[in-house]
Design a protein around this ligand. Structure first.
Ligand code: FES
Ligand SMILES: [Fe+2]
Length: 368
């Protein structure tokens, strides 16, 4: 899918040929998206934020955690244990047992609704309290208390298991957004893609308002019209495109909603209807995990427009590959040196600053 243009696609060609990943395909590309990036600068030199923003974050797709299953996961620079009890509820705690420090996510088992430690079989609930010690009549009072090990607020929404993160341990400040089309009859199941991008989360958020990079990184030959709306914890970006198709020029629209720093929802309309649900979470100070899940109306993927539906997903995924190449090696500039024609970096940074517990004043004004 390409935008209408009067210019030759020379920039697109230049972009494609200068990026190593443009030569990758299939499984090689899937591996490249998640592979460790060697020899990257340290986070201080790269001026990456040391605090993770508060919010609801996807740590696993709901259908990738069965009843009775335990998974080790790492987000927010912490090792976590994720399991689903026999009651069907997902639970998340810190991975390390308060008794003697075993990593319970490795070799532990799910016992009913509780996580049983592999070392001495203490059994923990999702609120971080110890409920049973099979060889002892008395549970120490400290271990009985919720939060003896970190217990994480968990909500399942939009086919994802979301946890609430706050750098100072405050309870959830808002409810996660539920996206209406996900899981409804007449829509496909998720088509999933994932990346590790070696940067701080806020740089990913900046990327969405960086309108001039669409030409130089993604090879767009015109800059579409944009509308930006910042409202509380939500940010809405609407772009209007002219789409060149065999049936002539069609007006396309992309509506992108982020709800806090972790939840994203994009609706593509015009050529083909597509919903993209994104979940992006920090792993380390210089590492993020981005999950893209596409769903489309069955009538489109099985009908005559199936090719278009597929091409749209391919194009969006290619764009994210291109962003990764830049962001993996990027150094955050604070404040950025902006010019007329840039997107609303300033407004975006004001918006984003609300998610840091230790308030950080924004440092950049937009050029209007
Ligand atoms: S270290 Fe977990 S039960 Fe002893
Ligand atoms: Fe981009």
């Amino acid at each position: 899918m390409t935008e209408q243009t009067q210019e030759p696609a020379a920039d697109a060609h230049k972009t494609a040929t200068r990026l190593h990943m443009a030569s990758l395909a299939g499984e090689d590309l899937v591996t490249w998206r998640m592979a460790e990036v060697e020899n990257r600068g340290n986070p201080d030199d790269r001026n990456l934020q040391s605090e993770f923003p508060m919010g609801w974050y996807n740590i696993c797709y709901a259908d990738e955690l069965a009843v009775g299953q335990l998974k080790p996961v790492r987000y927010f620079a912490q090792d976590l244990a994720l399991w689903r009890g026999e009651d069907g509820k997902a639970r998340v705690t810190g991975a390390y047992c308060a008794h003697y420090g075993a990593n319970m996510a490795v070799g532990g088992v799910v016992h009913g609704n509780l996580l049983e430690c592999p070392f001495h079989a203490w059994r923990w609930d999702g609120d971080g309290s110890c409920k049973e010690i099979p060889y002892s009549h008395a549970i120490p009072p400290q271990a009985k208390r919720p939060g003896c090990i970190p217990g994480w607020p968990v909500v399942e929404a939009n086919g994802m298991i979301l946890v609430w993160y706050h750098s100072e341990g405050a309870p959830p400040q808002w409810e996660p957004m539920i996206f209406p089309e996900v899981g409804q009859d007449g829509w496909t199941g998720f088509r999933k893609y994932q990346w590790h991008v070696y940067t701080a989360l806020e740089n990913m958020a900046d990327n969405a308002v960086d309108i001039s990079h669409f030409k130089y990184v993604h090879g767009a030959t015109t800059v579409p019209e944009y509308e930006f709306a910042f409202d509380g914890i939500s940010r809405k970006i609407t772009s209007f495109l002219k789409l060149q198709t065999p049936r002539g020029i069609i007006d396309g629209k992309i509506e992108s909603l982020t709800y806090g720093p972790g939840q994203g929802f994009v609706r593509f309309s015009g050529l083909t209807d597509t919903i993209l649900v994104t979940g992006t979470a920090p792993v380390e100070r210089d590492k993020t995990h981005s999950c893209f899940a596409f769903t489309q109306p069955l009538a489109e993927v099985e009908g005559p427009r199936a090719g278009l539906a597929k091409a749209l997903i391919k194009d969006i995924v290619r764009q994210f590959d291109q962003d990764k190449v830049i962001l993996d090696k990027h150094r955050r500039v604070e404040p950025p040196l902006v010019c007329l024609g840039d997107g609303p970096f300033g407004r975006n940074r004001v918006y984003y600053s609300q998610f840091y517990a230790k308030k950080q004043p924004p440092h950049v004004k937009d050029v209007a």
